[in-house]
Design a protein around this ligand. Structure first.
Ligand code: NAP
Length: 246
């Protein structure tokens, strides 16, 4: 592969990463977005794109040493803790400026019945007494719900791997979803409880509003901690300002 020149490497896979790439392209910054390759048909950001892992923190450090971007913005999902940790180590090794773009988590509103847990395994325990469980935690963690006694309605962009237990209903769909559609879906499938990660952001928030309107409890998985000592911003606008300052 020919060497890629980019002023900024954006570790992506989120709507914020796509908006950041578009903003950088609009400002004439050479940007390379990196995607893990988890989704078969990803929504591609503007600018150049590479797909696939780097080979751990050492692999990413090697890549940074070879391509020498001026800065890295880690705009990956709040639950993508591995790549976030790798970015911290690789940036430190190579002396590359690193910014973490970390969107805020969700905040409960009056009428919400939210039950916080620390892991997908705890989420599976928390829904054990419910009839129909709407699992929206992404295809990678679905295995945690394999032993749930109730009926699971699983929604993901691509089919989960390994296959789901018999009797599970699988919905393949990519957000954003409207509140009206989420309410209709939860009614149609007679959902009793919703499970989600605390992903934050507007793209997948409608299920929380729908659950509130229907009086349904929501089990939320807490985020992994942010690495210490890294410049962190919450918005794409602040990330653009950070890049501009370099
Ligand atoms: P992860 O557990 O933090 O990362 C696992 C490995 O995947 C990393 O060590 C790295 O492989 C590779 N990787 C992850 N993000 C990458 C990127 N942007 N570019 C190149 N390689 C990447 O990540 P994950 O939770 O599986 O998520 C994978 C991607 O999906 C992330 O980019 C994230 O933004 C996006 N995403 C995740 C979630 C979620 O709930 N976790 C939801 C929506 C979108 P190497 O060690 O080989 O470099």
């Amino acid at each position: 592969m020919p060497p890629v020149t980019a002023q900024v490497l954006v570790l992506g896979g989120t709507g914020e990463a796509r908006r950041l790439a578009a903003g950088l392209v609009a400002e004439g910054v050479e940007v390379l977005s990196s995607l893990a390759g988890r989704v078969a048909d990803p929504v591609l950001p503007e600018g150049d794109v590479r797909i696939g892992g780097f080979g751990g923190a050492a692999g990413l450090a090697g890549w940074l040493g070879e391509h020498r971007p001026r800065a890295v913005v880690d705009a990956t999902h709040p639950f993508a803790a591995q790549i976030t940790g790798n970015a911290v180590r690789a940036a430190a090794t190579t002396g590359t400026p690193l910014l973490r773009l970390h969107r805020p988590g969700w905040t409960a509103r009056p009428g919400d019945d939210w039950r916080w847990v620390d892991s997908l395994a705890e989420a599976a325990e928390a829904v054990a007494g419910f009839g129909t469980v709407f699992v929206t935690t992404g295809r990678q963690g679905v295995g945690a719900f394999a032993g749930v006694p109730g009926h699971c309605l699983v929604r993901s962009v691509d089919p989960p791997d390994p296959e789901l237990p018999a009797g599970t209903t699988l919905l393949l769909a990519r957000g954003p979803f409207s509140v009206a559609d989420e309410v209709a879906l939860m009614r149609e499938h007679r959902v009793d409880v919703v499970v989600t990660k605390d992903s934050g952001g507007h793209l997948t928030e409608a299920k929380l509003t729908a659950a509130r309107e229907l009086g349904l409890p929501v089990v939320l998985v807490r985020r992994p901690p942010l690495p210490a000592g890294v410049d962190t911003v919450a918005t794409v606008e602040d990330a653009l300002a950070w890049v501009r300052a370099r």
